[in-house]
Design a protein around this ligand. Sequence first.
Ligand code: ADP
Ligand code: MG
Length: 285
Amino acid sequence: MLEVRGLRAGVAGREILRGVDLTLHSGEVHAVMGPNGSGKSTLAHVIMGRPGYEVLGGSVTLDGADLLAMTPWQRAHAGLFLALQYPTEVPGVSLQDLLESAVRATGQPTAGVAEAIRAEVERLALDPRLLDRPVNVDLSGGEKKKNETLQLGVLRPAFALLDELDSGLDIDALRACARRVEAATEESGLGVLAITHYPRLLHELRADHVHVLAKGAIVRSGGPDLARELDENGYVGLLGPDLAGESETAAVGAGPARPTIDDPFGGPGTSPGGGDPFADPLAGL
Ligand code: ADP
Ligand code: MG
């Protein structure tokens, strides 16, 4: 069980998460939706342990173990996985080396990794030639997301945080990734926190619970109908203009950028404690 209790966190002296409560059991899918800048990526980053955020209160536990006291790699060993909104390019490292290192670090044998990769390539209909490239280097946005899903399939975590897995995916790729994650919930009891803007992801990856995050707090929770309601009425229709608005600084630095290996959690305007002063403000518009 992954349990988030009263989680408050901020960056650069500003509180972004203002008391988030979530309880995920194995095999469950929880979707988190919410306006831009509401704190969705911050939530995923703080649970995984991206440096730079300040935890101001609350707790995050996995089967009772205190995740907030652990480094990101210790959290990964404990069974947590984060599919990044903007996957990182890692020049010079092959996917197989990456996954074998990850498996070796947990003390498991690496003998089956190559075969597991081949099985995932098949399931995701990923072009096998992409495996010859360094991790994510020169892959399209959609291919990178498939690559994240492949890693999830090989590493078989207990809980996965998916930060907009659907962004950049075409319809077929979206279906393949969503189906793969849904299958993991059934095959290995994976618990999923899926951050998304689009109910389409939830056609194949069936959410048991849908939560709406606005201004750093969960303001509505419900079943799959809530995602449909949002699709029809938008955030303003559902929450009213006050809660649906972006946070004051939300627009600063927004727009896709290439994360670097210096900060593998990468992402535009999300660099805790600063952001890239040279970022192109028009990138991704
Ligand atoms: P979402 O993923 O819901 O779009 P984020 O979690 O990325 O939102 O961001 C939540 C809020 O925190 C936004 O207003 C964003 O501008 C702000 N924020 C994120 N990182 C930083 C930072 N390093 N410095 C200042 N504000 C930040
Ligand atoms: Mg985000």
